[in-house]
Design a protein around this ligand. Sequence first.
Ligand SMILES: Cc1ncc(COP(=O)(O)O)c(C=O)c1O
Length: 426
Amino acid sequence: MKKKFSLGFSTRAIHSGAAPEYVTGARNTPIFQTTSYVFENTEHAERLFRLQDFGFIYSRLTNPTVSVLEERISNLEKSTAAVACSSGHAAQQLAFTALLTKNDHFIASNKLYGGSINQFTKTFKNYGWECTFVNPDNIKEFENAIRKNTKLIFIETLSNPDGAIVDIEAVAHIAKKYHIPLIVDNTLATPFLHNPKDWGANIITHSLTKFICGNGTSMGGIVVDCGNFNFLKDNKYPSLSEPDASYNNIKFAETFGDFGFAMKVKADTLRDLGCTLSPQNAFYILNGVETLSLRMQQHTKNALKVAQYLNQNPKVSNVSYAGLKSNKYYKLGKKYFPNGCGAIFTIKLKKGYKACISLVENVKLLSHVANVGDTRSLIIHPASTTHSQLSDKEKVKAGADPDVVRLSIGIENVEDIINDLDMAIK
Ligand SMILES: Cc1ncc(COP(=O)(O)O)c(C=O)c1O
C-alpha cells in the first residue's frame, strides 16, 4: 500500500489509475461513451454479476472513464477505493444510504454548506434519519450528542461559506471511541491541501464540481472508502456485515475487506439510486485533476493576499480567512493546512447588508454565481442564495449572517482581483 502513494502528489494527480488505452494507444483517457459491454460468454456474464470477477457490465455501475477517476481520487486521498456519482449531494446520499436505516441518528457540524443542512434536515429526515447539529468549535458537543442509534458523524474540513476549520483529530478520537464512522466532506480543501484520512476520517465525500474539476464545467461527486473502519464489529452495521439479500447474500465487509464499504456503495446503493456520473463529465473532471496542485497553490496564494488586503480596508469589519494571524482558526490552520487554508471565505462590511448587496452588484471581474472553486474569482451573498432555505438561527450558526459576502478566490493576477474588490467596495 505504501508503494502506491510513494510518488509525489502532482505525479499521482496526472497518472493514477490511467494507462495508454490498450487498443489505440491513446495517451489521454478516452471518453467511453457506451452503456454496455459485450460479455465473453454466459459464464463470464454470470461471474461479473456475482462480483466474482471485476469488469464492466453496464454504465450505471461501471464505466472505464469513470473508473480511472475513481482510482485517481482514491489514490490522492490515500484510500482503498472510491465511487463516483453525479454530484456532491449524490455522494452524501450514497454514503448515508449505505449506512443508515429508518430511525437511525447521525451528528453533523452546524457549519456546513447550506444545501447539506437542508438535505439533512428535510429530505433525510423524511427517510427517518434524525440529525443533531453541533457547534464544531466545542468538541464536547459531538460526544454529548451520541446516542445508542448514532450511526455516523459528518463534518466539513473547511466549511462553506466562511472557511471555519474543525479540529478533525479530536472529532475522530470521539468517533473511534464509540465505533462510529467519521465522514468528512473535503470539497473546499481538496486532497492537495488536506488528507482527512491522516487525521482519522473513515469516509470522505467530495463535490467534484468545485476545485477538483476546477473550470466550472461539470457536476460530479465521489465517496471515498478510507478502508480503516471495521464494519464487522458488534454487527452494528448489518447492511455491511450481514448477508445482503439484494445482492446474492454477499457479506460486503467480510468478502471485500478494506474496500467493502465502497463495494456496497457501488454494487448496491448506486445500482438502486442511479445517480451515475456520465463518462463525459468524468473526462472533464479528470483533465481538471491533472492541474489540481498548480491551481491550489495559486488559489491559496491569491486568497491570502486578498484576505490581507481586505483585512486592512477600513470599510471591512471582518475577514473570515483562517490564514490570517488574527483569525480564531489560525492555529488549527497551521496544524491541518500547512500549505494554505483554501480560497473560500467571507467578509463583513461596516455598513452592513446594503453595502454587501452593493459590493456584489458592483464587481466587474468577479462573477456573481452560485458556485465555488472555479479558476475565476466568484462572489455571492449566501444568506439570500446558497443558505437561503435555512432559518435565521441556522444561517448565523453556519456563518451565513445577512451582512456577509462569500468570496471564492480564483487564479487570475491577484492585483486585478484586489483592484476589482477595492473599486466595488468604494
Ligand atoms: C462543501 C460542499 N459540499 C457539497 C456540495 C454539494 O455539491 P454539488 O453541488 O456537486 O451537489 C457543495 C456545493 O456547493 C459544497 O460547497
